[in-house]
Each structure stands twice: as structure tokens, then as C-alpha cells.
Ligand binder design. Structure first.
Ligand SMILES: [Zn+2]
Ligand SMILES: [Zn+2]
Length: 393
């Protein structure tokens, strides 16, 4: 049985590669994946599935019904590309100027289509449902959130969710599965410090927003060093600062913007609260005022215990126990986290680097590419986990 499944996935390899390369050639930015969504819909329709489009703008949902009532497992792939000019010289490089699949989402979409095909042919082997979710806008658009807003977790109600990311930080053949915190939350803030302008020769007449900003920048780092445990991981980062007009003028305003990342929801809230208190104290001490716009972005991605065990077993069957690792959490973020806030699930990483073939560039790089053998590994792991879930549910 196990070998039959491996063989079935392997037999699909050329099709997975062809699908991936097609998506790669015609990348689309977040929330505008109309061609990709059309292709996905057509593929699922050809299989014989009911398909709903326009969920979360360009999201596509397909449903595979098993041989009787049971639980519903969501399998999720993201479809969007990035505003990057591709610099690779592969024959299937992007035909859309300034847009590139530089994160591997073309591979995720291809994998889920392949898995859909194999699950559909096995639909008499399990009860319950597989909900295939092709989401738009992972790269900062919160496409998962908008799909939930449009009811993707209902009709039928989703009981659990699985997703994967091809990952060139790990070599081909390795799979990383981890329980608990896997990826960071990502919040954004914009801070406007207001002082009072004046002549640089007469500091007593003004309120220097640049001096205040200097104190604010260094004090915000004390959130990390003094407010949270040395064992906890968090980042407070200011990435942009604007203020002042000339050497001899006291700046009346400085705008700072940055991000906050944490692996723990309590620390996320603590940092946001303490940030405001520190700003209030420092800025008022220097006679300034401020407005802080703090935007809660993607939540932290948390893998649930049972679903993680399920994926771990599937990964071991796919690549062997020696090739399944539990990598440390990443401080990057991922909007699969929105789904995993609502339903138990697991998001795992499939190694896709192969320096011998030149596949070693990081994600979001203009030369990014991955070893397509990883498509088979990802598909097999997802397929095994899905079948195990619906057999034991
Ligand atoms: Zn990305
Ligand atoms: Zn990605």
C-alpha cells in the first residue's frame, strides 16, 4: 500500500512539474491571481469536482467527498507571486514583467492540484471531506483572512487544516515539522512625533522632534532586553525614519515606522502595551506629543499537537526518519496562521535546495528557484497525512 502510494505520486511527477512551470511563467500579484485561479478551477472541474471561485476575491475552493459522512480536512496552497524582476535563465522564467514566483507558491499550487487528483481517485478509501483551498495574497495581503471572511471554514465546517512551504533553506529530501510556535506574528507601526519648530540657534524656543526620536529609538530596544524573558524570541525594528528640513532648523516632526515580531501571543500584547507606555513617558518628558498607529498583522503560526504528529508520521514514511527534523521557529510570518488560529492544524517545510543544480538562493530573491523533486516529496507527505487523518477521524 505504502509503495503503491509512493509510486502513484512519482507517476505524477511530470504533470506536477508542467503545472508548476506554467504557473511560474505567468505569475500574478496578490489578490489578482485571475489566470491562476482559472487554471486551478479548470483542473479541478476536469477531475469532476465541485468548485467555488471568488472566495476572498480570487480564492478557489474544491470539495472532495469521501464514501460517507465524516470530518472535513482543509488542504491549503497559496497562489500569489511577488513584485520582482526574475533574473534566472530557465526556459520557463516569468513572462510577466516585474512579477516573479520567487517564494515557491507556484509549486504549492501544483502540489495541491496533484494531491487533489490522487485523493479524488481514492475517495472510496476514506469518509469525510477534503476541502481544497487555493488562497490568494499570502505575501502581505492576508488572503487567508479574506477567505475566512467569505466563509471558507464553513459548509462543510473545517475540522483541521494542513499546509506546506517549499523551503530553500533546507536541502532537498529534508522535511521540518514542529509542534507549537513555528512562525512569528508580524505587526506594523507608524509613529509620528510632534515637536515645535524654530531656529537651530535657539533651542530653548523649540521642541526638537529629532532628539525625541533618538531617545525613542534606543528606548524601544529595551522592550526586548528588559521586558521579556531572555529565552523568548521577539524583534522590534524601525525600518524607516523621516524628519527635518535643514541643518539650522529645529525639526517639528519625525515619522518612524517599523515592525514587531513575536512567537507568543502574550508577548505580542505586552510589547504593544509597553511600547505605548514608553512613548508616552519619553515624549511627554521632552514636551512633545505623538500619534501611534499600531496594526496587528499576521498572527503567530502555531502547530497543534495531534496534527503535527500526523504530519511527522507522514514525513517519516516519505523521506525516512533520518530526514525529518524539527527546525527552530522562524521569525518570518505566514498567513496560514489565520486558519490555524481557528482550527487545529500543521504547517510544515519541505526542503527544496540543491546547490549542485544552482538552487540555493533565498526566497524573494531574483534568482530564486527550487529543485522540482521537492514537488513529489511535498505531495506525498500531504497525501499520506490527509489519508491518515480521514481514516482515523
Ligand atoms: Zn514569500
Ligand atoms: Zn511563501
Amino acid at each position: 500500500m505504502a509503495d503503491e502510494l509512493k509510486g502513484d505520486v512519482l507517476a505524477l511527477k511530470e504533470e506536477l512539474i508542467a503545472l508548476r512551470r506554467d504557473f511560474h511563467m505567468y505569475p500574478e500579484l496578490g489578490m489578482r491571481e485571475t489566470r491562476t485561479a482559472e487554471k486551478v478551477k479548470a483542473y479541478l472541474n476536469d477531475l469532476g469536482l465541485d468548485v467555488t471561485t471568488g472566495i476572498g476575491q480570487t480564492g478557489v475552493v474544491g470539495l472532495i467527498e469521501g464514501n460517507g459522512p465524516g470530518k472535513t480536512l482543509m488542504l491549503r496552497a497559496d497562489m500569489d507571486a511577488l513584485p520582482i524582476q526574475e533574473k534566472t535563465d530557465v526556459a520557463y522564467r516569468s513572462k510577466n514583467d516585474g512579477i516573479m514566483h520567487a517564494c515557491g507558491h507556484d509549486g504549492h499550487t501544483a502540489i495541491l492540484l496533484g494531491v487533489a487528483k490522487l485523493l479524488y481517485t481514492r475517495r472510496n478509501d476514506f469518509s469525510g471531506n477534503i476541502k481544497l483551498v487555493f488562497q490568494p495574497g499570502e505575501e502581505g495581503y492576508a488572503g487567508a483572512f479574506f477567505m475566512m471572511h467569505d466563509g471558507v471554514l464553513e459548509n462543510p465546517t473545517v475540522d483541521a487544516a494542513l499546509g506546506l512551504h517549499l523551503f530553500t533553506t533546507f536541502p532537498l529530501g529534508l522535511i521540518s515539522v514542529r509542534e507549537g510556535a513555528v512562525m512569528s506574528s508580524a505587526d506594523l507601526f507608524s509613529l509620528t512625533i510632534k515637536g515645535r519648530g524654530g531656529h537651530g540657534a535657539h533651542p530653548e524656543g523649540g521642541v526638537d522632534a529629532i532628539l525625541i526620536a533618538g531617545h525613542v529609538i534606543t528606548s524601544l530596544q529595551s522592550l526586548i532586553s528588559r521586558e521579556i524573558s531572555a529565552q523568548a524570541a521577539a524583534v522590534v525594528h524601525i525600518g524607516k525614519i523621516q524628519g527635518g528640513t535643514a541643518e539650522n532648523i529645529i525639526a517639528d516632526q519625525v515619522v518612524l515606522s517599523g515592525s514587531v515580531r513575536t512567537l507568543d501571543e502574550k508577548i505580542r500584547t505586552l510589547i504593544a502595551d509597553r511600547m505605548d507606555q514608553i512613548l508616552k513617558g519619553i515624549i511627554s518628558a521632552f514636551r512633545g506629543s505623538y500619534t501611534l498607529n499600531y496594526t496587528r498583522g499576521y498572527p503567530g503560526l502555531i502547530n497543534e499537537t495531534v496534527m503535527t504528529e500526523l504530519v511527522g508520521k507522514a514525513a517519516v514514511k516519505t523521506v525516512g526518519p533520518e530526514n525529518v527534523i524539527e527546525a527552530i521557529p522562524l521569525m518570518g510570518s505566514e498567513d496560514m496562521a489565520f486558519f490555524l488560529e481557528k482550527v487545529p492544524g500543521c504547517f510544515f517545510f519541505v526542503g527544496a535546495a540543491n546547490p549542485d543544480k544552482g538552487f540555493s538562493h533565498p526566497h524573494h530573491h531574483e534568482l530564486f528557484n527550487f529543485d522540482e523533486d521537492a514537488l513529489v516529496i511535498g505531495a506525498e507527505t500531504l497525501l499520506r497525512a490527509a489519508l491518515d487523518y480521514l481514516k482515523t477521524a
